[in-house]
Ligand binder design. Structure first.
Ligand code: NDP
Length: 397
């Protein structure tokens, strides 16, 4: 039924590859391409399906991408490389007539700043080319937007307050490690916090606002207000929202390490001269930190990510909490990767499945909440990320 090209052979790429291979009725022809071909070959070996093709590609180079697309001729590209490559891959998709899906919005390398404007600017070109681009189809962004769309469709006349809550209660037994690409992760959480209130964005100092939130099957965890990219599209697509915030848990040990990393200059993203060689401190740090892909084996505990929503239904106030808990060990047993890569890779696969089934096929550039959430929610239950809901419970927020 579908020919897909996965770009990126990291933690998330590995999970996407396992999940597309598991759904052989939908994904009939698969290629994994990345900067380092041996990593693609290792994934194929782990899956044990020699029909999956591999290739080397520099996704910063539009011409190289176009040549690869023209030779493999995929229907859709699953971009699970880094946010820096979003625009070159979208550009190549337009040149070669290929559809597009990613899990994180574009970020320039030299500025820790992410917003959708760069990718939304491609809307007309994708429309004119008759191609679909699906943005932010991981867990958050991704399932967080689909949960919100599902709540709006089935439970509310008006969503007024949205809190996305992201807890990782796992223990990988390392003093310090990040759960996905360390460079992207540290850039994200050392930024100012930001939330939406009454039509305006309110900025906070990094990790300034925090409170205990209770997560199902986990208990209370200190949760910090961060800016997260899906807030931008959700307040646009659900204009009744009065306040939208994003919370993520961090342990004290993690925050202490992060503070030291920043204080000694290792979180810098500008180039410095080291013995005549130009290096970016944060990229050097990434090279010495544990590889997120190697955390899985000893990772215990689970993640819990969901949306806590307050709004109006039939003139009355209602609350709704929808969430998934994902066990790191279960994810590792199935794909060799920990829960954070798993919760990102499974939705990316489902998004492409929605496209190939014709359910999410619409020329233009779209965020996930703009499509019908129902068939996606059904697949989450079948593909390893079952969800649960609590109606009129205490949201704590
Ligand atoms: P990794 O760093 O593990 O993997 C990234 C992969 O992309 C690597 O294989 C890397 O190659 C490859 N790559 C990087 N640059 C290029 C390039 N120029 N050309 C070709 N390949 C390249 O990252 P993760 O798997 O942890 O994350 C992947 C994506 O998922 C990121 O964009 C991240 O932001 C996103 N994400 C989204 C989440 C969500 O819920 N929405 C949550 C977590 C992550 P090499 O191995 O050679 O370095």
């Amino acid at each position: 039924m579908g020919k897909v090209l996965i770009i990126g052979a990291g933690g998330v790429g590995t999970v996407v590859a396992h999940k597309v291979a598991q759904n052989a009725d939908i994904f009939t022809d698969i290629m994994i391409a990345s900067r380092t071909k041996s990593k693609c070959d290792a994934i194929v070996k782990a899956i044990g399906n020699p029909n999956i093709k591999t290739a080397q590609v520099d996704a910063d180079n539009v011409d190289e991408l176009v040549a690869l697309f023209n030779s493999f001729k995929p229907e859709i590209v699953i971009n699970v490389a880094l946010p820096y490559q979003d625009l070159t891959i979208m550009e190549a998709c337009l040149k070669a007539g290929v559809n597009y899906l990613d899990t994180a919005n574009y970020e320039p390398k030299d500025e820790a700043h992410f917003e959708y404007s760069w990718q939304w600017a491609y809307k007309k070109r994708f429309e004119d080319a008759g191609l679909t681009a699906i943005l932010g189809c991981g867990f958050d962004p991704g399932v967080s937007g689909i949960y919100t769309a599902y709540a709006a469709k089935h439970y509310f006349d008006e969503i007024q307050y949205l809190d996305i809550v992201d807890c990782n209660a796992g223990n990988h037994h390392k003093a310090f490690a990040t759960n996905f690409n360390p460079e992207i992760n540290i850039r994200e959480i050392t930024q100012n916090g930001r939330y939406y209130q009454d039509g305006k964005w309110v900025t906070t100092a990094p990790l300034e606002i925090h409170k205990d939130l209770t997560y199902p099957n986990i208990g209370p965890r200190d949760s910090y207000l961060l800016y997260h990219e899906e807030l931008e599209s959700l307040v646009k697509n659900f204009p009744t929202i009065k306040r939208a915030r994003f919370w993520m848990t961090f342990g004290q040990e993690y925050l202490t390490h992060l503070r030291v990393i920043q204080n000694i200059g290792m979180a810098r993203i500008d180039e410095i001269d080291y013995n005549g060689t130009k290096i970016v401190p944060l990229q050097f740090l990434k090279a010495v930190l544990p590889n997120p892909q190697d955390l899985g084996e000893n990772y215990e505990g689970e993640t819990s990510i969901g949306c806590r929503i307050r709004g109006i239904k039939d003139g009355k106030e209602r609350t709704y909490y929808v969430y998934n808990n994902c066990s790191h060990q279960e994810a590792y047993k199935e794909t060799g990767m920990q829960g954070v890569s798993y919760t990102t890779g499974v939705p990316a696969m489902i998004g492409v499945m929605m496209f190939l089934k014709g359910l999410w096929k619409r020329p233009g550039v779209w965020n996930v909440e703009e499509f019908n959430p129902d068939p996606f929610m059904e697949q989450l239950n079948k593909q390893g990320l079952p969800w649960h809901e609590v109606i009129d419970g205490d949201l704590e927020l």
